[in-house]
Design a protein around this ligand. Structure first.
Ligand SMILES: Cc1cc2nc3c(=O)[nH]c(=O)nc-3n(C[C@H](O)[C@H](O)[C@H](O)COP(=O)(O)O)c2cc1C
Length: 371
């Protein structure tokens, strides 16, 4: 199939680029998005393989899977989220990675432990997350040192499983109020041992997880790390109060073996700290010196839950690359609504993008697309 020519202002978005040794056909990443459509044994099936392969066939550079649980007991926040801790998961995901590769794409696995948002919650401290109405959820059990050691080993084991399943990289989920984020957050982490207290101690668990993942997958295998300021349970404490702290943390992650950082925001163009227009991705890239992914609001209004979100033009994405605020841009909801997002945008046809609404989450099938 001959591709239509690229709209001139979007050239940078669609140029090939090598990131942490991975040759990508363009700078577009599919953002990790939970779908809760795996069978009860959490082994991904054919519908999941087709869902991802369809996006690869329509040109996405690299897909990040939905958050994938690293162990069965405390990681899951719900049923039907896929897992990556046993041989059945490896076999199921192998089919997915092969289908994506056959379609010309790349795919990484997002490793997810939901911590105090889990069905059986554990956390650095026995402090509950809040529900949508602002009421405390179930109080998590405070983790012992043994729990922390187990967590580190579970992330490393899951990374090894992902590597065996043929994934091109792994992404450690360190964002959004889940377990690694809560270690960083001064309100959620009130430990007085060497995993809490000072900033250095708060970052110990995420850094140890990263070191263990790196040791398990070996040199040369790309390890990504996703971070955010916000938590899904919406409190206002910031894990990274200023660029200096962001630099301390990302520098420690880099030394521990992270290759790529993924700065999660609801609007990738928003300034991250006072006194500068630089975005969270821009700061992350600058202070770490690592390739960085920007995400939030790609061709759609900034995140507003599951409300109808109408498409807008992709110019801000191209500007993120032009202005050296990011190396890659991740697209979330717009890629659920439009498996062919890359083709429409590449051709300058963004006005034909379908709007996003939460109803689209009901099925993995995409009307009008045949595999
Ligand atoms: C349905 C849905 C599920 C999501 N699940 C995850 C997830 O599993 N892991 C994660 O890091 N972010 C998750 N996110 C956040 C997205 O990766 C992305 O950062 C967010 O949607 C903003 O990008 P967008 O404005 O392009 O949609 C989810 C978002 C949506 C809409």
């Amino acid at each position: 199939m001959t591709e239509p020519s690229i709209a001139p202002d979007l050239q940078r978005l669609f140029e090939p680029v090598t990131i942490a040794g991975l040759p990508m056909r363009n700078r577009i990443v599919m953002a990790p998005m939970t779908r809760r459509k795996a069978p009860d044994d959490r082994v991904p099936d054919d519908a999941i393989a087709r869902y991802y392969a369809r996006r690869a066939a329509h040109g996405v550079g690299l897909i990040l899977t939905e958050g994938t649980h690293i162990e069965p007991r405390h990681a899951p926040d719900s049923e039907n989220v896929p897992g990556i801790w046993n041989d059945n998961h490896v076999a199921g995901w192998k089919t997915v990675t092969e289908r994506v590769h056959d379609a010309g794409g790349l795919i990484g696995c997002q490793l997810w432990h939901t911590g105090r948002l889990a069905m059986d919650p554990i956390a650095p401290s026995a402090i509950p997350a809040l529900d949508r109405e602002g009421h405390p959820r179930t109080t998590p059990r405070e983790m012992t040192r043994l729990d922390i050691e187990a967590l580190i080993a579970q992330f490393a084991h899951a990374a090894a499983c992902a590597q065996r399943a043929g994934f091109d990289c792994v992404e450690i989920h360190g964002a959004h109020g889940y377990i690694l984020h809560t270690f960083m957050d001064p309100e959620a982490n009130q430990r007085d041992d060497d995993f809490g207290g000072s900033f250095d101690s708060r970052m110990r668990a995420p850094v140890e997880v990263t070191k263990a993942v790196r040791a398990e997958v070996g040199e040369g295998y790309p390890v990504w790390y996703r971070l955010s300021q916000f938590r899904v349970d919406d409190r206002t404490t910031l894990p990274y109060p200023d660029p200096e702290h962001l630099g301390l943390f990302t520098g420690a992650l880099k030394a521990a073996g992270v290759d790529v950082l993924h700065a999660s925001t609801r609007d990738m163009t928003e300034p991250a700290f006072g006194g500068s227009p630089k975005t969270l991705a821009g700061w992350t890239r600058e202070v770490s010196g690592l390739p960085t992914v920007a995400v939030g609001g790609a061709t759609l209004g900034a995140w507003s839950g599951n409300d109808l979100a109408k498409p807008h033009d992709p110019a801000p994405l191209a500007r993120m690359i032009e202005d050296e605020e990011a190396d890659l841009v991740a697209v979330g909801r717009a890629l659920i609504a439009n498996p062919d997002w890359c083709q429409k945008v590449r051709a300058g046809d963004w006005e034909r993008l379908r709007p996003y609404s939460g109803d689209l989450l009901e099925t993995l099938e995409d009307e009008g697309f045949n595999d």
